[in-house]
Design a protein around this ligand. Sequence first.
Ligand code: HEC
Length: 149
Amino acid sequence: VKKTIAIGLIALAVLAVAGLLAGSGRGQNKDAAPKADKKEPPTSRQVLMRDKLTYANKALDGLSVEDFAKIAESGKMMRMISKAASWYVIPTDEYLRFSKNFQEQAQDLELHANEKNLDAAALDYMRITMTCVQCHKYMREVRSKEQKQ
Ligand code: HEC
């Protein structure tokens, strides 16, 4: 019982602090604005890169409930993202190969969703996920080599 009360008190304290923060933000907008911006805003590339995760999640969502429109849209968006200029981070053959694989897999996902072929789309999703992991692994290797130089 003591534990529950303690947790309750902590929750209340958190709420109170949150309320104070929200209140101060509203009261003195001039001071609050730069504080909120202290954390660097994401670059357009970061936003683009994060969107991949959004659409990959959406694809899984669609696959789970057999929503082919949702799957097709995620495939299309992932393909479009991977064609944007800021997608090309390093000009190596490996990076280009991962990019090309990703583009083809995203295209296949869209195609198979439009054909209402759930099994093929699920396989495409798995291949896409493998490519996410492989490309990120490769990027980490490249960056750790850069740091050593
Ligand atoms: C062809 C290579 C490649 C593929 C494939 C790839 N990524 Fe990335 N991803 C990158 C690179 C490069 C960055 C880092 C960008 C930077 O540091 O400027 C990144 C960054 C990210 C980030 C972090 C963005 C941030 O800075 O907050 C997320 C999340 C992400 N990717 C998700 C995914 C997901 C999910 C997939 C698969 C659906 C995927 N990526 C496929 C190359 C790739």
